[in-house]
Design a protein around this ligand. Structure first.
Ligand code: FAD
Length: 380
């Protein structure tokens, strides 16, 4: 069997790409190793994504417009989003919905683990573990197989450099934790995470609580245990999950006949570890470039150029924020103090909800700059 495009991996990036390709009449196969996969994930998505991809209301378990930031000393800043909300989804349902949309558009969806991708003629031949699916050919490849992408290895893309290991536990609501059920809580606290942050995300029937740290630098299980103790939870979780988050785009994620999208390309923003939006946007942009490539022989590189043009400033801004404020508890304390400023909250939420960097007026920028200096010197 021969397809125009094989999409490897059926998370949000792969499902969106397969749907766009199939919609344009490109013969597409999507290979997912486990169609019942429960991707470890907080499942927080911005309003802009929900609107752009017409995510059905029943998939949004919670719409949260309040967020609490907690400092190392226990200072709490409550922030409000007057113009939007963070949507909470459950990945097992979300991913399966996105794949069903791809299938409806005409993509072939199969369950198998891709074990090798070899050049063959003008395209590739793809093998799956134990020949679960008979070897097949594809003219072009889209690697959407996550942080440890087999596609990237097989096709010799530059490495995914910076990885955070994140752990999350799910707790069914009990009267003791019901108080967290309608607010997003973020802990900036070196005891919970010395170089990232801890989160409490409420879902319909459970809380998802997790933390992250740079790969191999700290013991993630010990950090998570301390976090749960600090919150004061004594119940047992009903699910433990952990996975890597690649928080730096690869040096290049396009080649002559293949591209990487989503986590496979390293498209998760530093500081907040947000990846679903970028997975779906890269899936869409990558598929559109692939369609132009197949129809008009346009170079695939246009996808990477477009992605970087749109989002490089956001990645850069968050990288600086993480490098400056996540270094120690003194700086984290200052960071939380700065979050009390209404202008800081507005800029943060405007750029989060729609991923647009809207420059604030000079007077506001100067005020925020002065507050930054003040809090950094004072250490709170
Ligand atoms: C604990 C944790 C919490 C997170 N919380 C959030 C959050 O709240 N909000 C947010 O925006 N982001 C969050 N992220 C990041 C987010 O989960 C990812 O950025 C997002 O899932 C990327 O989507 P993707 O489609 O690129 O990759 P993935 O979702 O990882 O999908 C890759 C798919 O490829 C399949 N696959 C892998 N190898 C093969 C193979 N060889 N053959 C066939 N199939 C294969 C996998 O089974 C998987 O389904 C979190 C990540 C973690 C680890």
């Amino acid at each position: 069997m021969r397809y125009d495009v094989a999409v490897i991996g059926g998370g949000p990036s792969g499902a969106v790409a397969a749907r766009e390709l199939a919609k344009a009449g490109v013969s597409t196969i999507l290979v997912e190793r486990n169609l019942d996969n429960v991707k470890p994930c907080g499942g927080a998505i911005p309003l802009g994504l929900i609107e752009e991809f017409n995510i059905p209301a029943e998939l949004i378990e919670k719409k949260l417009s309040r967020m609490r930031a907690r400092s190392p000393k226990g200072r709490i800043i409550e922030m409000r989003m007057p113009n939007g909300y963070v949507g909470m989804v459950r990945r097992e349902k979300f991913d399966s919905y996105l794949r069903s949309e791809a299938e409806k558009a005409g993509a072939v969806i199969v369950e198998a683990l891709v074990s090798s991708i070899k050049p063959s003629g003008s395209g590739f031949v793809i093998n799956t573990l134990n020949n679960k699916v008979a070897p097949f050919e594809a003219h072009r490849i889209i690697g959407a197989d996550g942080a440890n992408s087999k596609t990237a290895d097989e096709l010799h893309f530059p490495p995914n450099e910076l990885k955070v290991i994140a752990m999350q536990q799910r707790f069914k609501y009990t009267p003791a934790i019901q108080k967290f059920s309608d607010i997003v809580e973020i802990w900036f606290d070196g005891e919970v995470s010395p170089d990232f942050y801890g989160w409490i995300f409420p879902k319909a029937d459970h809380l998802a609580i997790g933390t992250g740290t740079e790969d191999n630098r700290h013991n993630i299980k010990a950090l998570q245990k301390r976090f749960i103790e600090k919150i004061g939870i004594t119940d047992k979780p009903y699910l433990d999950e952990a996975a890597k988050i690649p928080m730096k785009p690869r040096k290049s994620f396009t080649a002559e006949k293949s591209i990487l999208i989503g986590d496979a390309a390293g498209l998760v923003t530093p500081a907040n570890g947000e990846g679903i939006f970028f997975a779906m946007r890269s899936g869409k942009l990558g598929a559109l470039a692939m369609i132009e490539h197949l129809k008009k022989n346009a170079p695939l590189k246009s996808y990477e150029d477009e992605f970087r043009k749109l989002y490089a400033p956001i990645f850069f801004g968050l990288e600086v924020l993480q490098a400056v404020y996540y270094r120690n508890d003194r700086l984290r304390e200052s960071f939380v103090a700065i979050c009390a400023d209404n202008d800081v909250q507005q800029i943060t939420f405007d750029s989060y909800l729609y991923k647009k960097m809207v420059p604030a007026p000079w007077s506001t920028q100067m005020k925020i700059f002065s507050k930054n200096i003040y809090h950094m010197i004072k250490g709170c």
